[in-house]
Design a protein around this ligand. Structure first.
Ligand code: PLP
Length: 393
């Protein structure tokens, strides 16, 4: 039987009557952009995360863009962000005229390496943009301490981490802004593009709200140059149906992650790393050569497993595993095959591959397995069996 990397149909099918009702409500209201449906979803999202304010926007990318604009980041400003992340994180910095200053990643939790971040601070550094990659929060105490020490703003790219916690606090609510994506592959997926900003700062919230609508306040009077970053009423209505089920989705992902870890750890050649909070040192050894390393959830983090990402150590081994999975009908994905410091569009920054050794290496080692909440456990068993075959070959 084929195993899909992701299948959105069962989750939506289970809610079809409510989604249908929400669609008809919006259709019959004649109000399609912002308005009461968006207000209602924003209130529910603020309550869910504990943020003082939530602002619905057109995508997770636009959430980052609006956050940077609201913080006044522009030409001449440097923003620290990981190289090993989705493009939008750094792309938005470049779009506002700033310079993304890349930071290497920790091979254990895949998040920003704070010691490397500290080394790259200059008088032009204005902000730090950690990403809570794959659903696990970055080291926010360290991020906030660094920000305080150097007077930096903090934007948390929580696109993949709605509902994740860091030492009991919700990811996305610890910095000046948190940015969320509701792209359909995310843990709370819309039926199209959608995103949100979280903030506890009322002044920043008001600024972001004005930027969302071309910097307009009052109507047709423009205080600043913003854009069209509005959220559709339909997406907000559909997301309002799904949000009350979110904890159930997270429980499903956690169950699936635990099953993978339990089954895969039994296989020869698999390393289940300690969850003692160790970061770089734990992964920096070379004893893992030729092995498959399981992902780690630090004990102080509530991981929401947007992805279950393995490292396959050894030249060509990851691609060989992927080919084996594909041949056996198992879906997988490489998030991400080329770190941002090596992307053609950032060539003018003049980086070499080895400037960010872990980001470069991770791009060649990682592979993500199917983990969506509704995947039958027999399919996870099947994926593990296929990986077992690979390891024994
Ligand atoms: C880390 C990260 N940042 C930003 C985004 C952008 O979100 P969106 O696709 O909603 O624009 C995504 C998702 O695609 C992401 O994974």
């Amino acid at each position: 039987m084929n195993v899909n990397l992701l299948d959105l149909k069962p989750q939506n099918a289970a809610l079809e009557p409510e989604l249908h009702e929400a669609f008809l409500r919006v259709l019959r209201s004649g109000h399609f952009i912002l308005g009461p449906e968006v207000d209602r979803f924003e209130r529910a999202l603020a309550e869910f995360t504990g943020a003082k304010h939530a602002l619905g926007v057109s995508s997770g990318t636009d959430a980052i863009l609006v956050a940077l604009m609201a913080l006044g980041i522009g030409p001449g400003d440097e923003v620290l962000c990981p190289s090993f992340t989705f493009f939008a994180t750094a792309g938005c910095v470049a779009r506002v005229g700033g310079t993304p200053v890349f930071v290497d990643s920790c091979p254990v939790c895949f998040n920003l390496d704070l010691r490397d971040a500290a080394r790259r601070i200059t008088p032009r550094t204005k902000a730090i943009l950690p990403v809570h990659l794959f659903g696990q929060a970055a080291e926010m105490d360290g991020v906030l301490a660094l920000a305080r020490q150097h007077g930096l703003r903090v934007i948390e790219d929580a696109a993949q981490a709605l509902g994740a916690t860091y030492r009991g606090k919700q990811a996305g609510t610890l910095g000046d802004f948190g940015t969320i994506s509701f792209f359909p592959t995310k843990n709370l997926g819309a039926l199209g593009d959608a995103g949100a900003l979280l903030t506890n700062d009322t002044v920043l919230f008001e600024r972001a709200k004005i930027l969302r609508m071309h910097g307009m306040e009052p109507k047709y009077y423009h205080q600043v140059v913003g854009g069209n970053f509005r959220l559709d009423a339909l997406q907000a209505a559909l997301l309002s149906v799904k949000l009350p089920h979110f904890d159930g989705y997270t429980a499903g992902r956690r169950r699936n992650a635990a099953l993978y870890t339990e089954r895969l750890a039994r296989l020869p050649g698999v390393v289940a790393q300690a969850t003692d909070g160790g970061c770089i040192e734990a992964g920096a050894d070379e004893v893992n050569a030729g092995r498959l390393v399981l992902p780690v959830a630090h004990p102080y983090n509530g991981h929401i497993w947007n992805q279950y990402t393995l490292r396959v150590i050894g030249t060509g081994r990851r691609d060989a595993l992927r080919a084996h999975l594909t041949a056996r009908g198992v879906g997988s994905e490489i998030y991400y095959p080329l770190p941002l410091h090596e992307q053609a569009c950032f060539a003018p920054l003049g980086h070499k591959a080895e400037d960010f050794p872990w980001a470069h290496r991770l791009a060649g080692e990682v592979i993500s397995l199917p983990i969506y909440p509704e995947i039958p456990s027999e399919q996870i068993e099947q994926v593990c069996a296929v990986i077992g075959e690979f390891l024994q070959a």
